[in-house]
Design a protein around this ligand. Structure first.
Ligand code: NDP
Ligand SMILES: O=C1O[C@H](COP(=O)(O)O)[C@@H](O)[C@H](O)[C@H]1O
Length: 599
């Protein structure tokens, strides 16, 4: 929030400034290791203006603000800012010594403001996820939810809109009506413009009424189109950030449409928010089986040693939807499937899959490894990409519209609704292993899965039993992210009986059979993490840069050369070009067998 809290001049020399910071840091470190903090001492330390040197703020954890201080010197030299605690100036009451004690057990309140509350995502995902968290008892005791958007609405109207989308867990459904009503009573609405600091100041007043003097933590969820992300970050930061608690902002995708626009967005957001305050959401990271990927790999001896070019022949990341872009054509045509799904959701899965073992489960350690593997990837070549676009198709007397039949899509649009790509990681673990991605809309099914095809067994004693197709006999690990979550391993076994006939079977962890509870929606996990300050499943800015660096040159080439997508019928398996691409690397897509048993 540099712009909002910045002080004007810094009369200290860099050396004096560092010395002053360092002594404050030591004192604060000492203080922060005790569970009971003297409020006034901490606040004095936080508020100390450091002789006017500028301070960048401020997530406050347990009453202690940790943040970054930037001197004009350090900024100019591009050196790392020094981390110190800071906070707003002392209030007159605090000056007069009327402090209170803050400790780990101090009561605080969380307000979640859903900006863009009138929109599709808010209704469909965010409010239901917040309700599910409430229903499960995961929200803090004191919480308030605010909807914010330009549309005029009363609290009652907002409650009415969202109530239609709230559902209780089927497996628990006790007190459903009461819980719903309690939750709705804690939801409010404030109408305002996205660019108006005054409107956010009005919101701030309303939030304070609910916070009633407690340590106030505030989470803003930007569920709005990207053209207003920075305006809202500015208004939220300058006019309605918390004075004594943390302020965090969840930002929805798209984070730009190429390296340049993404960097511009990051720069815009960082004018008002520190990186620690920004939670870039990729909801695929909140999906149960994506979370389980690391557990599967790092806590099973049967997998981790196999996780390299030595044993893995190829990895496939497959996303398909059985519906088109109807209703979202305006947004989609500016992005296309590569930006909508591959550059974020599938690439994030790839990074988690392929990263080296992180030092710990700490968010920064994991994200460091993800960045490393992303930066080791080879530039994507145009010849390693196939694109497609769905066309109208009539089936069973029903006409399914083509992509360009949507009124919000230009008739001559070349935007891909399908893409397949072959990617490679240039490091010792993955040298030469094709990572194949495939993503498409309006295909024959809805499914997201990770397929790991293992190498052939050397000198296999049974190879004569497999006929000519030895690839069919290799092991394959399938992680079905959705729907009907499952992890299964295809193995070869003997069919019982006196002869020696071989079969392929699945060792199957089928979630619905193994676990009775409902699997939480990805947004629930991610919202809870943001409230708890857990950043592991959010995208750091250097991860984002690495992801865009990989895709931007290829996207620009596709667009400048006006590469025409291969047309495929709505409801089909997509363009045949995807098979040629895979065949170029001796790969067969694992999801193509007509026999569901063999998939
Ligand atoms: N919908 C989805 O499934 C997904 C959406 N997202 C992302 O989440 C964000 C929100 O998505 P979604 O809810 O679908 O978006 P909407 O188009 O529904 O927009 C949300 C709200 O923003 C306001 N708004 C719409 N257009 C504009 C505009 N041009 N300028 C200013 N305000 C505008 C409207 O509120 P009002 O007019 O009342 O102010 C609208 O209700 C987007 O960034 C989207 O890319 C990400 C993943 C999936
Ligand atoms: O981010 C997006 O994701 C959805 C698919 O999400 P899922 O959780 O339903 O699999 C996709 O439809 C949309 O185009 C994209 O923007």
């Amino acid at each position: 929030m540099a712009k909002c809290l910045a002080k004007s001049t810094c009369p200290l020399s860099p050396a004096n400034f560092s010395a002053k910071l360092s002594s404050r840091n030591k004192l604060l470190q000492k203080l922060s290791s005790s569970t009971t903090l003297d409020y006034l001492t901490v606040r004095k330390l936080q508020a100390n203006s450091l002789n006017g040197c500028s301070l960048r703020a401020v997530p406050i954890q347990h009453g202690l603000a940790s943040t970054t201080a930037v001197t004009p010197e350090s900024t100019r030299k591009g050196s790392m800012p020094i981390t110190i605690p800071t906070g707003p100036p002392l209030t007159p009451a605090e000056e007069a010594g009327q402090g209170v004690f803050i400790n780990e057990g101090a009561e605080s309140t969380v307000t979640i403001t859903v900006v863009g509350a009138s929109g599709d995502l808010a209704k469909k995902k965010i409010f239901p996820a917040l309700f599910a968290l409430y229903y499960e008892g995961c929200l803090p005791k004191h919480f308030t939810i605010y909807g914010y958007a330009r549309s005029k609405m009363t609290d009652a109207e907002l409650r009415n809109i969202i109530s239609g989308k709230l559902t209780c867990r089927i497996d628990k459904s006790e007190n459903c009506g009461d819980k719903t009503e309690e939750f709705l009573q804690r939801c409010f609405y404030h109408s305002g413009q996205y660019k108006s600091e005054d409107d956010f100041r009005e919101l701030d007043k309303k939030l304070k009424e609910h916070e009633t003097g407690r340590v106030a933590n505030r989470l803003f969820y930007l569920s709005i189109p990207p053209n207003v992300f920075v305006d809202v970050a500015r208004c939220a930061s300058c006019s309605s950030s918390s004075a004594n608690g943390w302020t965090r902002v969840i930002v929805e995708k798209p984070f730009g449409r190429d390296s340049e626009s993404s960097a511009e967005l990051t720069k815009g957001l960082k004018q008002y928010l520190s990186e620690e305050q920004i939670y870039r959401i990729d909801h695929y990271l909140g999906k149960e089986l994506v979370e389980n990927l690391s557990v599967l790999r790092f806590s099973n001896l049967v997998f981790e040693p196999l996780w390299s070019r030595q044993y893995i022949r190829n990895v496939q990341l497959i996303f398909s939807e059985d519906f088109g872009t109807e209703g979202r054509g305006g947004y989609f045509d500016n992005y296309g499937i590569i930006r909508d799904i591959m550059q974020n959701h599938l690439l994030q899965i790839l990074a988690l899959f392929a990263m080296e073992t992180p030092v710990s489960l700490d968010g920064e350690d994991i994200r460091n490894e993800k960045v490393k593997v992303l930066r080791s990837m080879m530039p994507l070549q145009l010849e390693n990409i196939v694109i497609g676009q769905y066309k109208s198709h009539v089936k069973g007397g029903v006409t399914y519209p083509g992509y360009t039949d949507d009124k919000t899509v230009p008739k001559n649009s070349l935007t891909p609704t399908f893409a397949a790509a072959a990617l490679f990681i240039d490091n010792s673990r993955w040298d030469g292993v094709p990572f194949l991605m495939k993503a498409g809309k309006a295909l024959h099914n809805r499914r997201t899965e990770i397929r790991v095809q293992f190498r052939h067994v050397p000198g296999n004693l049974y190879k004569k039993k497999f006929g000519t197709d030895l690839d069919r006999a290799t092991n394959e690990l399938v992680i079905r992210v959705q729907p009907d979550e499952a992890i299964y391993l295809k193995i070869n076994n003997k069919i019982p009986g006196l002869g020696m006939r071989l079969d392929r079977s699945n060792l199957n962890l089928h979630y619905a059979a193994r676990y009775s509870g409902e699997i939480p929606d990805a947004y629930e996990r991610l919202l809870l993490d943001a409230i708890e300050g857990e950043r592991r499943l959010f995208i750091r800015s250097d991860e984002l840069d690495a992801a865009w660096s990989l895709f931007t040159p290829m996207l620009k080439e596709l667009e400048s050369k006006k590469v025409a997508p291969e047309l495929y019928p709505y409801g089909s398996r997509g363009p045949v070009g995807a098979h040629y691409l895979a065949a170029k690397y001796n790969v067969r897509w694992g999801d193509t067998s007509a026999d569901p048993q063999q998939q």
